[in-house]
Write a protein that binds this ligand. Structure first.
Ligand SMILES: [Zn+2]
Length: 328
């Protein structure tokens, strides 16, 4: 058994909103882990979503931070759900090198009914539908999209299934969200959102060790098809021991969690990648969309000669005059 290669207590911790890549050589596992604090609190606070919607979007944001920061080229990574539940749309995207944004769309009446009936688990809010991962390299290249059904499982389960089935990479994902109530420096009550997550993937040198039984058998519950390998089974079991509290506790640095899980196998952490709350919208970009509108559509969008467009991601409102489009 390998000795621990790094004493994490000697390191400076990455802190909030910084994704920490890690590797466990003894188990052929690579992954990423993060705790989100200010970034999450800012995005969710801006939209003032009801609690259950905020929690759900927070999970999508953590997933996006974990997966988006693994892009090896300039581009955009998007996580999007579309379902028939009260929260019919979640969108979170990460643009290289470090920008993340997100929003949720929900039906107020359906959500109120769901809350009244206590049907507020993530699967109940999302309903049946699809989860899509999109990687867009821009520059006229065709985006790559992977789709997996929303089938009543949690987002972390669905993400794991996606990687096992579509990418053929044994993957375990954990996501956690918490609301923190404390007091600020002046003693006023304060409420903060926090979240954390970890993705671990089995990437052995010898590809035959990744073979999964019954992958294409289609014989029922595909969730049970998992690679048969002692190292991966050990890693998976360790990841399953993570409590939501550990993922979100500001007192438990994510490196400490990694150390707790994997120190016997030698866990190595790499330079963290900071994630910022930043939207890519601009007056010009929205204007170019309006430029594509017909005269009738412009007419329908205007009020007293003005057109106001609010970005769904960052809530910035841009103002235009109809006259700007009259020549188009
Ligand atoms: Zn925006």
């Amino acid at each position: 058994m390998a000795e621990a290669t790094v004493n994490l207590n000697d390191l400076h911790f990455a802190g909030d909103d910084r994704v920490v890549p890690f590797q466990v050589e003894g188990l052929d596992v690579r992954g990423r882990a993060v705790q989100l604090g200010p970034l999450l609190n800012t995005i969710l606070g801006r939209h003032e979503y009801p609690g259950p919607v905020a929690r759900l979007l927070a999970e999508a944001i953590v997933l996006t931070a974990l997966l988006g920061t693994s892009l090896k080229f300039d581009g955009k990574f998007t996580v999007q759900t579309k379902g028939d539940g009260p929260v019919d749309l979640l969108v979170a995207d990460f643009s290289t090198p470090d920008s993340l944004r997100a929003y949720a769309r929900y039906d107020e009446d359906a959500l109120a009914d769901a809350i009244k009936d206590g049907r507020t688990s993530p699967p109940e809010l999302l309903g049946q539908g699809v989860l899509a991962f999109t990687i867009d390299q821009g520059r006229g290249m065709q985006p790559y999209q992977g789709i997996v059904p929303l089938d009543g499982s949690s987002l972390e389960e669905i993400a794991g299934v996606y990687f096992r089935q579509s990418e053929q990479i044994p993957t375990k994902v954990r996501l956690g969200v918490a609301e923190l109530f404390d007091r600020d420096a002046e003693g006023k009550p304060r409420h903060n959102w926090r979240a954390g997550g970890l993705v671990a993937q089995f990437l052995p040198q010898a590809p035959e060790r990744m073979r999964q039984p019954d992958l294409h058998g289609g014989d029922g519950d595909e969730r049970d098809t998992e690679v048969i390998d002692d190292a991966w089974n050990e890693a998976r079991s360790l990841v399953e021991t993570i409590d939501t509290d550990e993922l979100t506790d500001p007192q438990v640095a994510i490196e400490r969690l990694l150390f707790r899980l994997f120190h016997e196998r030698g866990v190595r952490v790499y330079a963290p990648q900071t994630v910022h709350d930043r939207c890519s919208c601009s007056r010009d970009k929205i204007k170019s969309v309006l430029n594509g509108f017909t005269a009738e559509e412009i007419e329908a969008s205007q009020e007293d000669g003005h057109i106001a467009v609010t970005c769904e991601f960052c809530s910035t409102t841009y103002h235009y005059e109809v006259a700007e489009f009259a020549a188009a």
